[in-house]
Design a protein around this ligand. Structure first.
Ligand SMILES: Cc1ncc(COP(=O)(O)O)c(C=O)c1O
Length: 344
């Protein structure tokens, strides 16, 4: 089965599997005191700058929760878009495990603005109100859009002016960097970001994400909190070896560029169909579109994908590192045929 359901439906890139096989030689010290972890940490410093401190974790929700736990004290709060993964897809873990209140902002495109941040920083110093501490943005967003370097820098400047930190949920950071044709550092460290949840899974790893602290002071205690948050792997070399394979060379970029290109190709096909409306700018590896219900159902039989908004019929079509041009073309033909078969 191949699908447009999620980049998590995709398998594992062969180079990652090869790296796992190589790491599977003999014994290695557990819990991250192994050579692969040291090498992965060095590789991530190369990407994010010499001050970057990375902690590898199992999954993206864990990365976000750990990042927010490290950044916030029990009375502090996190400003995020209503559509943010931390708000809608982490089962309440940020509230339950990190113990933070989320201050949500409705957005049209999944992106926060400096004005949104200012609106939500109120009652500072009032003990009856939660105190905002972090702004979290998703890059690229849950809606397939992305922040430019300037937009991120403006958010960081506003956050810092107000005494807040800027966290980036970068489950798809590679797709944003590839789309902007720039590096990971340019869209994070250089823009003033304080903490990144860096994704690997969606871009071709088995599992594994990292919390990258760009402000060294924020990493204090993070090792302990990672363990407490159940995100410290015993056989850590197998997570780290994947990071080395993904980020030491340009695999991260090649995979993300490819997934983005497939989304752009899909959007081109679909926008040629009068019955279909593309609802978001296609700036990463997802296409959001309103497809007439019966046509969507007909296409879904052979190519699974998710409905994003039941009310409007908007669907989410995700491309992956392993989506092929032929698959995109065949899917678009299926959708086109289904639209043509709709009653006039
Ligand atoms: C924006 C975003 N953040 C984080 C995650 C990570 O989630 P998980 O805990 O499933 O790895 C996802 C996965 O869907 C995501 O889309």
């Amino acid at each position: 089965m191949k699908s447009f359901a999620s980049d998590n439906y995709a398998g594992v890139h062969p180079d990652i599997l090869a790296a796992l096989a190589t790491a599977n030689e003999g014994h290695a010290v557990s819990y991250g005191a192994d050579p692969w972890t040291a090498r992965a940490e060095a590789v991530l410093r190369d990407h994010f700058g010499p001050q970057a401190h990375a902690l590898i974790v199992f999954n993206g929700s864990g990365a976000n929760v750990l990042a927010l736990r490290c950044a916030c004290r029990p009375w502090e709060a996190v400003i995020c878009a209503e559509s943010a993964h931390v708000n809608v897809d982490e089962g309440g873990a940020p509230e339950r495990i990190a113990g933070v209140k989320l201050l949500t902002v409705p957005t049209a495109d999944g992106k926060l603005t400096p004005a949104d941040v200012r609106t939500h920083v109120t009652r500072v110093g009032d003990e009856h109100a939660v105190q905002p501490r972090v702004v979290t943005i998703t890059q690229s967003t849950e809606l397939g859009t992305r922040y430019t370097e300037a937009e991120t820098a403006a958010l960081a400047a506003t956050a810092h002016e107000l005494g807040l930190l800027l966290h980036v949920d970068g489950a798809r950071l590679a797709n944003a960097a590839a789309g902007l044709d720039t590096g990971l550092k340019e869209i994070t460290t250089d823009a003033g970001v304080d903490i990144v949840s860096l994704g690997g899974t969606k871009n071709g790893m088995v599992l594994g994400e990292a919390v990258v602290f760009l402000e060294p002071g924020l990493a204090e205690g993070a090792r302990y909190l990672r363990k407490q948050t159940l995100q410290l792997a015993s056989k850590a070399r197998f997570l780290a070896a994947q990071f080395v394979a993904m980020f030491e060379g340009d695999l991260w970029l090649r995979n993300a560029r490819h997934a983005n290109a497939m989304a752009a190709r899909l959007a081109r096909h679909l926008s040629a169909l009068p019955a279909i409306t593309i609802t978001q700018a296609v700036e990463a590896n997802g296409v959001f579109a309103i497809i007439p219900g019966p046509a969507a159902e007909a296409a879904r039989n052979s190519w699974p994908f998710y409905t994003w908004n039941e009310t409007t019929g908007e669907v989410r079509l995700m491309c992956s590192w392993d989506t092929t041009e032929d698959e995109v073309d065949a899917f678009a033909r299926t959708v086109g045929d289904a639209c043509a078969a709709l009653p006039a």
